[in-house]
Design a protein around this ligand. Structure first.
Ligand SMILES: Nc1nc2c(ncn2[C@@H]2O[C@H](COP(=O)(O)OP(=O)(O)OP(=O)(O)O)[C@@H](O)[C@H]2O)c(=O)[nH]1
Length: 493
């Protein structure tokens, strides 16, 4: 991913770009060398007294909880192991020197966010089985490109960079400079000679997964870590908890419960990270408020899930129309209300004509597809309170509360026309379908019924009559039709 040329020139000419301190440069050499030994790391750390103190602190902290206590750098490095020791030493060395001369609040905020991201990364790594120390560094440096762009072009860079969402910021940068902080960050870290598995976090964490099915990846952890950090940084953004919940679900398939658990863990470990990195991160009350907020969200999410499940249980899996059970219940209730109050109620059976031929000619999958399309077409023609359900096979039923026979006739006519004029396509095939419908109405001044089954039976008889009369039409139940027994072999003949 090459950086836009004029931007590259400006970056190369900039003398104040963030640069790693000499200890970090040595540590990067060690990171790149597969044969690095514990002695070499201990040597390098020992030359930097402040770093040595930090390494002792971290080796004895719960982050690397062992029963042994390190009393000198050699022991600390030993306890942590080569990989962890060198990556952790590198992150301390970078942050201390890059943030050491906090020029302004903005820069302090930048490092606060980076350290909180690193903390989230470490927790997420533990959850998904990735290397926690690699992810700590990646989380820390994922937005180093922002710092590079801010330093190179202080007057042109969006002033509200930290307030923007990552996607919006990248878009603004690309429009202005031709490249975003993701590419610039990667370029800078490669210039520092950081190995790809660490530098790539700058790029990978900024490309959203295309589907929700992507398995969790280190890049995904880094991406989501920024949203976790924002919950603590953007105190005024009341939607921050919701945003991290969405991002964690999208990138890592996490549910609201797991997201809240990570937030809780972050709140608990922030103090430790604050001590290690010497940057104030969060106030205790703030951490508590965030955890409360996260718990509330879990409750809302589980209520939402419950509603979703209830809704699912009422729907036909193929077409999304209501199912027979839901219809039966609603129909009985509506019939009772109609009888009680004298409100009109119409019900219609809708059946696809010669549907067997569709299956036989174009295949069962084409038939399924047509059923889905037909349900969608019908749904667009009805109102909220109307109930459209799959009664079975290619037969549907439409319940129209408050509608008399004439009004229902108009709705059904519109449905009949819309369906007849729709050209279904499946693969190379194009075909049209028609429907027949039988309509019966209660309490509309014409026929009345004592039992709900009688009304349904009348609508069914009317459908038989529509089929008998040549299909692609609607027939209303009349006195004669209403009581007819199903004796004619009409449907499917
Ligand atoms: N693809 C598909 N076909 C279905 C489904 N449910 C029922 N069918 C088919 O629907 C067809 C219904 O056929 P028939 O009852 O003979 O009726 P028809 O061919 O529509 O003819 P008329 O109703 O008399 O116009 C059968 O071939 C069933 O296999 C389904 O879920 N998917």
């Amino acid at each position: 991913m090459p950086i836009h040329e004029s931007l590259l020139q400006r970056l190369q000419l900039c003398t104040s770009l963030p640069t790693p301190p000499s200890t970090a440069v040595k540590l990067i050499d060690l990171v790149n060398d597969p044969n690095t030994s514990l002695i070499q790391i201990a040597d390098c750390v020992a030359f930097d007294p402040a770093l040595a103190v930090k390494m002792l602190k971290v080796a004895n902290s719960p982050l690397y909880s062992t029963r042994r206590t390190a009393t000198n750098v050699r022991q600390a490095v030993n306890l942590m192991g080569t990989h962890a020791a060198v990556t952790v030493a590198l992150s301390f060395s970078l942050v201390r020197n890059l943030s050491g001369t906090h020029k302004n609040d903005e820069e302090l905020l930048f490092w606060k966010r980076s350290i909180l991201s690193a903390l989230a990364c470490r927790i997420l790594a533990g959850r998904f089985g990735f290397n926690p120390d690699d992810l700590l560094v990646a989380g820390l440096l994922q937005n180093i490109g922002v710092l590079a762009l801010q330093t190179t072009m202080p007057d042109e860079y969006p002033v509200d960079a930290m307030a923007l969402d990552d996607e919006a910021l990248l878009e603004a940068e690309k429009a202005k400079f031709g490249s975003g902080h993701d590419e610039v960050g990667y370029w800078l870290l490669k210039k520092w000679r950081l190995p790809d598995h660490l530098a790539l976090a700058c790029i990978a964490s900024h490309v959203a997964p295309s589907t929700g099915e992507t398995p969790p990846s280190p890049g995904g952890c880094v991406a989501v870590s920024g949203y976790f950090a924002d919950v603590f940084i953007k105190e005024k953004d009341t939607g921050a908890v919701q945003k991290v919940t969405n991002a964690a679900s999208r990138w890592l398939g996490m549910d609201a419960d797991s997201t809240a658990a990570v937030l809780e863990k972050m709140g608990g470990s922030a103090k430790e990270f604050e001590d290690l990195f010497d940057v104030p991160l969060i106030a205790v009350e703030q951490a508590e408020a965030i955890v409360d907020q996260a718990k509330e969200l879990v409750m809302i999410a589980s209520l939402g899930k419950l509603r979703e499940l209830e809704e699912k249980a009422q729907r036909d899996a193929l077409t999304g129309a209501h199912n027979r059970q839901y219809f039966d219940e609603a129909f009985n209730q509506e019939f009772a209300a109609s009888s009680r109050h004298g409100w009109p109620l119409s019900v219609a059976f809708i059946d696809i004509d010669h549907f067997k031929q569709v299956n036989d000619t174009y295949g069962h999958a084409a038939g399924d597809n047509a059923l889905v399309t037909l349900s969608r077409l019908i749904s667009t023609q009805i109102r909220n309170g109307d109930i459209f359900a799959r009664y079975g096979g290619e037969e549907f039923v439409l319940l129209l509360p408050g509608m008399d026979s004439d009004a229902a006739w108009i709705v059904l006519s519109r449905i009949r026309e819309v369906i007849a004029s729709f050209a279904h396509t499946f693969g190379d095939a194009t075909f049209n379908m028609t429907i027949s419908a039988g309509l019966a109405s209660h309490k509309d001044g014409t026929l009345t019924y004592v039992l709900p089954e009688e009304l349904l039976h009348a609508a069914d008889n009317a459908l038989y009559a529509a089929k008998h009369m040549g299909r692609n039409q609607i027939v209303r139940a009349t006195k004669e039709i209403r009581m007819v027994k199903h004796s004619l072999p009409l449907r499917g003949e």
